[in-house]
Design a binder for this molecule. Structure first.
Ligand code: NAI
Length: 281
């Protein structure tokens, strides 16, 4: 008995890195998997079928069931085609893992609009389009389903040289929160992971020279947990995975302070004077 027996799962960006490990694990757990990957370079340039095909072959060799999709999640046509592939091949969609991603890092001063647009398109627009398409299909099936998005420490806390990427990843956090609220009545859960793992996206970061033990294999079980009935009561959460460490991210509001008098209207001087209390979490 697998945790995903009878389920149909889409994993975007599953031709390598974290998505590949998740696709392999999902197939082992009994899911029929649509392995989506546009086959691009790390910066999003280029396309190819080999990455998705290789993972589909690996799943088939291990006795699992998978179908490839070479669509880009970043366009309406691509997302529509991906959803259609899942329904045409396997008849339904139970799980969507929005994992596809690219990087175009530059400091704020050097960031240009094409770098900004490309990263927002794949991460944020891609997550929106696939989530909308999968949720429509899940609703049409009578409800129920699990969607897992991918945010990042860069989106949750910020990171030097990544205004485009952190804006996209923080946007995915907001999308996850709102979609979890809107889709609750259809029994569709929406969560996110914030992984840290050595992949082609991160392999040249200095931290991985020291911390090479943070692998995609560590992240795949977090996807499995959030996609399966093991997390039946959990929605709207961000699960952080870095090697052997699991934690969650939360946005917190401080208890704050009410202004007495003047109809509750503060002056800037008063805000400065009470800043310590206002900002104490
Ligand atoms: P990766 O580069 O190995 O995987 C991303 C995959 O997405 C690639 O195979 C690529 O071909 C595919 N892809 C790119 N554009 C696409 C598009 N338009 N449509 C379909 N597929 C597309 O990188 P990794 O590390 O496995 O990243 C997976 C996710 O995890 C990404 O969303 C990334 O931002 C996120 N992440 C990774 C971290 C890490 O430490 N590796 C840290 C935080 C977040």
């Amino acid at each position: 008995m697998g945790l995903l027996d009878g389920k149909v799962a889409i994993v975007t960006g599953a031709g390598g890195g974290i998505g590949r490990e998740t696709a392999l694990l999902f197939a082992t757990e009994g899911a029929k998997v649509v392995v989506n990957d546009v086959g691009s370079e790390r910066d999003g340039s280029g396309t190819g079928k080999a990455m998705a095909d290789r993972v589909v072959d690996d799943i088939a060799s291990a006795g699992g069931v998978a179908a490839p999709s070479y669509d880009s999640v970043a366009t309406q046509e691509g997302a529509d085609s991906l959803i259609k592939t899942a329904v045409d091949r396997f008849g339904r969609i139970d799980i969507l893992i929005n994992n596809a991603g690219i990087l175009r890092d530059k400091t704020l001063f050097k960031m240009d609009v094409p770098m900004w647009d490309a990263v927002i398109a794949v991460h944020l627009t891609g997550t929106f389009l696939c989530t909308q398409g999968a949720a429509r299909q899940m609703r049409a099936q009578g409800g129920g389903g699990a969607i897992v998005n991918t945010t990042s420490v860069s989106g949750m806390l910020g990171n030097f040289g990544q205004t485009n990427y952190s804006a996209a990843k923080a946007g995915i956090y907001g999308l996850t929160r709102t979609a979890s609220i809107e889709l609750q009545k259809y029994g569709i859960r929406v969560n996110a992971v914030a992984p840290i793992a050595k992949t082609r996206m991160t392999e040249d970061l200095p931290m991985f020279a020291k911390l090479g033990t943070l692998t995609p294999e560590h992240v795949a079980p977090a996807h499995l947990f959030l996609a399966s009935e093991k997390s039946a009561e959990i929605s709207g959460q961000v699960l952080s995975v870095a090697g052997g460490k699991m934690s969650i991210y939360k946005v917190v509001e401080s208890p704050g302070k009410f202004k007495e008098g003047n109809n509750g209207v503060w002056t800037a001087d008063e805000i400065a004077e009470h800043w310590e209390v206002i900002s104490k979490v």
